[in-house]
Design a protein around this ligand. Structure first.
Ligand code: NAD
Ligand code: GLY
Length: 363
């Protein structure tokens, strides 16, 4: 399968997608001449499942690699864990500039990416995503960050990797809940970008849940293509193009925050509810038809993702919404679908309407 390129001039990089390509990681990385001092950042579960394969592949090309593990939780995207990592890396450095391999899901990718961005004012970064969310979204585009108690991803950087290596065979050990979370992001891409893709997903959601390889590869590739184009057009998220990727994230992030990041809903689940909320807002503002709103609700329900924030009190979600960094100077900003495959970024959605829709989804 041909590589996808994230086009960013001299900082362009390839995304390699394939089945069983982890064993080739060493060969791909050695071609980049990143040195022989690799630091793999991962968690104990991924280390146990796939750490030896990656180490062996690197060793074959003469690249030594230390594996550093962090707890398997969103709470690892913290200053404490970040500072622990950079102190360990400083001890392993011994004057040989290391490169970082982020080997895991979005938590590892965001954390290890931020470590790579900060250590020695930036060392090379390789992303080897192991969840569906990470393969279709978080490993691409250079948004790296840690969380603060007040909000997610509040401290971070734009720091692009040198290469992304996505081995879809790693997904076979992923819990079903995490597969569904990846599907949530995949559905997001279709709603913001392509009616045809949305229809493909509607027809194939069951086979994708079973990780049927041909469809899975097609879908991962399609999402990477969409994201790479968006990132190439608006790397720093300042032109309103990249904002499209935040569809479902405004209320989704607020639900995540309200559930304490490690609570009831994880990222993909919260985004699923957020996508429905944004579609309802769009419908109530006269921009999205009832029929397409129903289609959006249906595909999310058929994926067995949550469609409502059950057990949440709407004031808690509203309070979390006000801390969102997508809100500047108190002006809210929503990505609203105007039809499936097309979105509009709308500022200043009436607060009354936002509150009404939050009450509706938090029923
Ligand atoms: P995650 O990183 O927490 O991984 C989910 C779970 O799957 C973890 O328990 C992990 O150990 C396990 N796991 C990972 N790979 C596995 C495998 N191959 N087999 C078995 N188990 C495996 O969750 P995620 O959904 O990948 O990432 C969520 C994070 O990503 C959030 O912090 C979110 O903010 C961030 N994110 C960032 C971006 C971005 O652009 N930077 C985009 C989307 C999400
Ligand atoms: N996941 C949102 C972005 O990369 O911009």
């Amino acid at each position: 399968m041909r590589d996808i390129t994230v086009k960013l001039g001299k900082r362009s990089y390839p995304i390699k997608i394939g089945n069983g390509i982890l064993v080739e990681a060493g060969a791909h990385i050695s071609r980049l001449n990143l040195g022989s001092n690799g630091i793999i950042i991962t968690n104990p579960r991924i280390k146990r499942l796939y750490g030896a394969i990656l180490k062996k592949s690197l060793a074959k090309k003469g690249i030594g690699a230390h594996i550093l593990t962090v707890p398997d939780s969103e709470s690892s995207k913290s200053y404490k864990v970040f500072s622990g990592l950079i102190n360990k890396i400083a001890k392993l450095d011994k004057g040989r500039k290391p490169f970082i391999v982020a080997f895991g899901g979005g938590v590892i990718g965001d954390l290890a990416g931020f470590v790579a961005a900060a250590y020695r004012r930036g060392v090379s970064l390789v992303q080897i995503p192991t969840t569906l969310v990470a393969q279709v979204d978080s490993s691409i585009g250079g948004k790296v960050a840690i969380d603060l108690p007040v909000a997610k991803n509040l401290v971070g950087a734009f720091y692009q990797p040198r290469i992304v290596i996505s081995d879809i065979s790693l997904l076979k050990t992923l819990p079903e809940r995490e597969i569904k979370c990846g599907l949530s992001e995949i559905i997001k891409y279709s709603i913001i970008n392509s009616r045809a893709f949305f229809d493909f997903l509607s027809r194939n959601i069951a086979s994708l849940k079973r990780l049927e390889k041909r469809n899975l590869k097609h879908v991962v590739r399609k999402c990477c293509l969409i994201k790479s184009k968006v990132v190439s057009a608006d790397e720093k998220d300042v032109k309103g193009v990249r904002a499209a990727l935040n569809y479902g994230h405004t209320i989704g992030h607020a639900i995540e925050a309200a559930s304490g990041y490690i609570g009831t809903y994880n990222h993909g689940e919260a985004i699923a509810i957020g996508m429905i909320a944004a579609a309802i807002i769009s419908n109530k503002m006269g921009m999205l038809s009832k029929k397409e709103l129903t289609e959006i609700k249906n595909i999310i329900a058929r994926t067995k993702l949550p469609t409502r924030a059950k057990g949440f009190k709407s004031p808690k979600i509203l309070a979390a919404l006000c801390h969102d960094k997508k809100f500047t100077h108190g002006i809210n900003r929503f990505v609203l679908p105007v039809r499936i495959g097309r979105i509009r970024v709308v500022e200043n959605v009436p607060k009354k309407l936002v509150a009404e829709v939050i009450r509706e989804i938090a029923a």
